[in-house]
Design a protein around this ligand. Structure first.
Ligand SMILES: Nc1ncnc2c1ncn2[C@@H]1O[C@H](COP(=O)(O)OP(=O)(O)OP(=O)(O)O)[C@@H](O)[C@H]1O
Length: 374
């Protein structure tokens, strides 16, 4: 069986001064009124599993206002084995990541599942993956691939820096401060790193498409859905395309070709959902992409990631809600927030662990069903 989170402790995490929650395998429901801390608890679960927040690149934001540090601990059960994870951060110092008390020096390694557990998250902002800009879709792909391979995460970070430096050089050439001959060195570096990204993304494209189609069939309907990678230059043509763009790039002062210009196209019956999708279609396609990510991780690792989904039920019709509740119940572990328990049918709730969230505290309600959790 795949790993699941048995318990989490939050200290100074957003609106939580100090709180503990026990979780079960299968479905866990966080219920509470608006602005009580449901989203923050889901974020804390992702924070302790991956070492950073999926909602903000700025760690200081998760530190409770007026406090000097944040700490989140979790106990993860993997087969018969239990691991203790902890992420601590004080603004101005390095983030501290530990597994069973031993420091993990590299965030990329921690994020790529060193602790034996991964998460797929859904926050309302994630609708951007479908309706937002190409960079939102690239971030989705990069986060997924980084959660599987620290080498990919490192290449993505180095590639972004290399492109920035190349752009600076382009502007210097344009302003007559450097010679065009100096570009060749940067082209080589950019291509070397860019190819790591292109090859990783290309290898993921077909399985993601297959999983996305299957999820859309179940969530949306029989219409043909597809997700496809759209290149500014294919891996084979990349180096040449970069060379051919030299004079245009110098004129504009930006690198116009490479994985930082690519996109993921999300289609339903051939129609681009980014441009033409209805709200409901965009929402279901976002969810289907998240399930596709789950399936991709499962194929790659043999382990089910934990699903952390914020307020997914409210905008869906009853049939789709019931279908989703079934998926969550069958997951290794799903933690789902809601303002209203009526979005779950009674049979599903009986098999779920329900946690009440109010004003930054968590009340543990009992769970009749799969196990008694603790
Ligand atoms: N760093 C922080 N320190 C203290 N409080 C914070 C911090 N960041 C956010 N908050 C507060 O936490 C509260 C709870 O937010 P959260 O998004 O978790 O609510 P929620 O229960 O998911 O509500 P909703 O149902 O409206 O989405 C908000 O009032 C927010 O202002």
């Amino acid at each position: 069986m795949s790993a699941h989170i048995r318990a989490i402790r939050l200290v100074n995490f957003r609106n939580y001064a100090g709180a503990t929650a026990l979780l079960s395998p299968g479905l866990n429901v966080l219920v509470g009124e608006n602005a009580q801390g449901k989203t923050n608890l889901l974020e804390a679960l992702a924070f302790v599993v991956s070492g950073s927040s999926p909602r903000t690149p700025n760690d200081s934001e998760v530190v409770r206002w007026g406090e000097g540090f944040v700490r989140v601990e979790a106990r993860v059960v993997d087969g018969g084995h239990e691991r203790r994870l902890a992420v601590g951060y004080a603004p101005g110092s390095r983030k501290r990541l530990t597994v069973d008390g031993a420091p993990v020096e590299s965030l990329a390694r921690y994020a790529a599942g060193v602790a034996g557990v991964r998460a797929v998250t859904f926050f309302p902002d994630d609708l951007r993956v479908v309706k937002g800009s190409p960079s939102d879709r690239r971030s989705f792909l990069d986060a997924l691939l980084s959660s599987l391979r620290p080498a990919y995460a490192r290449a993505a970070a180095e590639y972004a820096r290399a492109v920035q430096q190349r752009n600076q050089l382009l502007r210097r050439i344009r302003d007559g401060l450097s010679s065009e001959r100096t570009l060749a060195t940067w082209d080589r570096k950019v291509v070397e790193l860019g190819l790591v990204l292109l090859e990783g993304r290309a290898a993921a494209a077909a399985p993601l498409d297959e999983h996305f189609r299957a999820s859309m069939r179940a969530l949306y309907g029989p219409q043909k859905a597809a997700v496809g990678y759209s290149y500014s230059a294919t891996p084979e043509r990349y180096a040449q395309a970069l060379r051919e763009a030299h004079s245009a790039d110098i004129e504009r002062g930006i690198t116009s070709v490479g994985p930082h210009r690519d996109d993921l196209r999300i289609l339903l019956e051939g129609v681009d959902l980014t441009t033409y999708g209805s709200q409901g279609q965009q929402r279901l396609a976002t969810l289907a992409l998240k399930f596709a990510a789950r399936d991709y991780i499962r194929d790659a690792t043999g382990q089910d990631p934990v699903l952390l989904f914020d307020d997914v039920m409210s905008e869906l019709d009853e049939r789709r809600r019931d279908y989703l509740a079934g998926c969550f119940l069958e997951s290794t572990q799903a933690v789902i927030s809601t303002t209203n328990l009526r979005y779950f049918e009674p049979g599903a709730l009986r098999r779920a662990r329900v946690l009440g969230i109010s004003g930054g505290s968590i009340s543990q309600t009992t769970k009749s069903g799969v196990d008694n959790g603790g």
